[in-house]
Design a protein around this ligand. Structure first.
Ligand code: FES
Ligand code: FES
Length: 150
């Protein structure tokens, strides 16, 4: 089957029920997304499907038919740059394992809400788990990115 990833049609010849996470990591060599829980609970595997935050560990490959998948590598350049520079400025990551998912959740939030409050950030991000507890730095970085994009 053909799947569209970061604007490019890619071919996958395996089982259409394969979770997208494994198609991306093992077949397309896009390894920014991480395996955390495999049950849709932690957010480490997050990408966007038609702009919506999606857990790729519990999304079958064939659900992507006719839709666009965006990973960290395919974010719009201005948004990507603002998030990257805010993340560096605040020195957000500790081990880094959750951070791709965090940035994808932040990107989905800023796309819909360019100036989120603390409460809105918490509500949007609270399904992404960081075992290192970087939540307050993430909140600060999102505010900085929002200002940069305004
Ligand atoms: S690995 Fe997908 S939500 Fe945890
Ligand atoms: S930075 Fe280590 S899990 Fe989030």
């Amino acid at each position: 089957m053909d799947i569209k990833v970061n604007g490019v049609n890619r071919e996958f010849k395996g089982d259409p029920n394969t979770p997208l996470l494994w198609v991306l990591r093992d077949h397309l060599n896009i390894t920014s997304l991480k395996f955390g829980c495999g049950q849709g609970l932690c957010g480490a595997c997050s990408a966007h499907v038609d702009g919506k935050l999606t857990r790729t560990c519990v999304t079958a490959c064939d659900e992507l038919e006719g839709r666009n998948l965006t990973t960290l590598e395919g974010l719009a350049p201005r948004l990507s740059q603002a998030l990257k520079s805010a993340w560096i400025q605040v020195d957000v990551p500790q081990c880094g394992y959750c951070q791709t998912g965090m940035i994808m959740a932040a990107a989905a939030l800023l796309d819909k809400n360019p100036k989120p409050s603390d409460e809105e950030i918490t509500a949007a991000m609270n399904k992404n788990i960081c075992r290192c507890g970087t939540y307050s730095r993430i909140r600060r970085a999102i505010h900085i990115a929002a200002k940069e994009l305004a």
